[in-house]
Design a protein around this ligand. Sequence first.
Ligand SMILES: Cc1cc2nc3c(=O)[nH]c(=O)nc-3n(C[C@H](O)[C@H](O)[C@H](O)COP(=O)(O)OP(=O)(O)OC[C@H]3O[C@@H](n4cnc5c(N)ncnc54)[C@H](O)[C@@H]3O)c2cc1C
Length: 386
Amino acid sequence: MDFAFKPEQELIQKEVRNFCKKELTPEYVRWMDENCDFVPDELWDKICDLGFFAASIPEEYGGEGLDLVTSMCMTEEIATASVAVALGMGASNLGASVIHHLGTEQEKKEYLPKLAKGKLKFALGLTEPAGGTDILGSIQTTAVDKGDHWLINGQKVFITAAHVADFITTVAITDPDADRHNGLSLFLVPRDSKGLSTRLIPKVGCHAAGTNEVFYDNVMVPKDKLIGTLNNGWTELLSSLNNERIGTAMLSLGIAKAAFHDASEYAKKRHAFGGPIARFQVLQHYLADIAIEIENARNLIYKCAWLSDNKKPFHIEACMAKIVAARASEKAAIWGMEILGGYGYTMEYDMQRYFRDYKQMVFSPISDEMAKNMIMQFKGFPKSWA
Ligand SMILES: Cc1cc2nc3c(=O)[nH]c(=O)nc-3n(C[C@H](O)[C@H](O)[C@H](O)COP(=O)(O)OP(=O)(O)OC[C@H]3O[C@@H](n4cnc5c(N)ncnc54)[C@H](O)[C@@H]3O)c2cc1C
């Protein structure tokens, strides 16, 4: 078994790391957290030039056709510098994944080259106010076939990037009589559609990747904006959701690594009782425990990416990676704050941001509890026991 990156992956890692050092400085990331509800256009364009979106899009559609391990390696660097930036960009990567997996040849040719250049932004509109975990039981948004168009009515909640997206990939009921597994479809709804509106929801962290309510009030959507197979949207979306889980795990890993870095540096510089606090074994053990969780999470995430690249199933591992990485970020942010003592609790150090940012990773895109339910379902337990 070879755990090493290939030389070309190491090169990309180095390039993205250097980019982050230059463009995502701690001051700039702090400024975004305080002032932005999305990745600023100027930064977005620079990250596109770096090939972030092109990485996973096949060459015939204008991308680089790199494997998931390499894309993850880019995300790791960006998420360590700014999780909000990686999250905001990840929403469009998910859009590209949906089109790549479900789109017709014509749709791929229409959207993917623009996505590869970062010229289109996407959001995923799945969750509804009545519940995200039990989405199949709570979904109410409908799309009715009106002959020459679809008419969409309903509401979504917590939709990342919906306020800036060109398209919101919207999950809606198309067969109200079928059970939900067989009655949902996906639509690429242009955000500028008449009757569609968004409202930013103020949230605790990840400020530069804003989250929204989305309202669909008699939104007329052209017939060709149905993506994938009519009434089979749920099943078809699931493969992209696995990638979303490991992508989120990578975001958590980024937070954990940043918190570990800041806490270790602080401990080496801060003096108490005649020397640096880093010499206290108890603090070293805190840091060692965080380092162990980081290593575990990183191994699981890259294992998932490797499984995906080798066309092997990774449903269980994706759920595990999501949980292990979210908990690594939790431990790093909470213990990191303790290592910084009172300073960790001020707004003048970045630890407070890691503390605010990590929480989103615990219940999004699925909560840890639901991820555990799914692990046991994959292990053969009946769904009704969850
Ligand atoms: C900042 C943010 C960004 C998001 N971005 C997006 C996005 O871009 N697109 C999108 O579609 N959605 C998005 N989401 C929604 C996210 O996927 C949901 O919040 C998540 O699925 C949980 O749903 P919920 O918030 O309705 O909680 P609920 O489903 O109400 O769950 C509440 C609690 O009950 C527990 N619970 C529920 N059912 C079970 C069960 N069977 N067993 C054990 N525990 C259970 C949950 O684990 C949780 O602890 C985002 C959410 C947030 C907060």
